[in-house]
Design a protein around this ligand. Structure first.
Ligand code: ATP
Ligand code: HMH
Length: 264
């Protein structure tokens, strides 16, 4: 029996409609059985139809949130999602270096499903230079992998090649997500001596708001529970597939995935 009394932390933006960002992360942390905490980096006014406005929080309040969490309840695993500005990336990296959590999952959030930029262009350099190299695992989708490397990703072969380039930037593992390609939903895990393919059927569902956030939070929670990287990704791939399968129409646009307890 796993010890479920394990704290997990998400450092990310708030999605007012509850489908992505902090809200998706906390739902996932709970559904998998861990104790979820949050450091909020930005507030977005968004729903199933789009992102309408973003207000970034100051680096001072981000630092204070990090101190409050780590000084009292040090998380076993941490996930970083939306970090839109260059200064807050530096602040978060400094705090993470100070507290040194065992697992750091980086979801390099750049553009929302509705096409809104969640990473300011001038923040990209700091993301690549400081945050990506410290990650235990980074989980880019294909457009993000292209932005990070400048190389097109159109096939599983490209995912392998580009994933290797990202691995060379310093993270321990790279999970290349294939949700944006055609055919089966195939994700590729790459590490120094690791190469695994995770394949599921492509579900014909329109409600995929928050898939990326949910997958990376699930990996974070499973790592915190003590699963190894391959098992954490395998269980998380199942979690996201089922969460998409059981998604339902809520709101007028691209609805959220459905979170529920499902294990092994
Ligand atoms: N229609 C689908 N059917 C099954 N699995 C899917 C589908 N779409 C995406 N996935 C899976 O969902 C996970 C998230 O992948 P995706 O590439 O959609 O992430 P993302 O673009 O970062 O998401 P987001 O838009 O929330 O940021 C991956 O495991 C991917 O294979
Ligand atoms: C706050 C937030 N983070 C991440 C995503 C994923 O695209 C989103 N839509 N909103």
């Amino acid at each position: 029996m796993k010890n479920y009394k394990v704290p997990t932390l998400t450092i990310a933006g708030s999605d007012s409609s509850g489908g992505a960002g902090i809200q998706a992360d906390l739902k996932t942390f709970s559904a998998i059985g861990t104790y979820g905490m949050s450091v909020i980096t930005a507030i977005t006014a968004q729903n199933t139809q789009g992102v309408f406005s973003v207000e970034e929080l100051s680096k001072e309040i981000i630092k204070k949130q990090m101190e409050a969490v780590f000084d009292d309840i040090p998380p076993k695993a941490v996930k970083v999602g939306m970090v839109s500005g260059p200064e807050i990336i530096v602040e978060i990296v400094d705090s993470l270096k100070k507290y040194n959590p065992e697992y750091l999952v980086v979801d390099p959030v750049m553009i929302s499903k509705s096409g809104y930029s969640l990473l300011r262009p001038e923040a990209k350099e700091n993301l690549i230079k400081y945050l990506i190299p410290m990650a235990y695992i980074i989980t880019p989708n294909t457009p993000e992998a292209e932005e990070i490397t400048g190389i097109k990703v159109e096939s599983i072969d490209d995912m392998k090649k580009v994933g290797q380039k990202i691995l060379d930037m310093g993270p321990k593992f790279v999970l290349m997500k294939g949700g944006h390609l055609e055919g089966d939903a195939v994700d590729v895990l790459i590490g120094k001596d690791v190469f695994e393919i995770y394949k599921s059927e492509r579900l014909d569902r329109k409600n995929t708001h928050g898939t990326g956030c949910t997958l990376s939070s699930s990996i974070t929670a499973h790592l915190a529970l003590g699963y190894d990287i391959k098992e954490s990704v395998r269980l998380s791939k199942t979690y996201i597939t089922e969460a998409i399968r059981y998604s339902f129409d809520i709101g007028k646009g691209v609805g959220p995935v459905h979170h529920f307890y499902k294990f092994e």
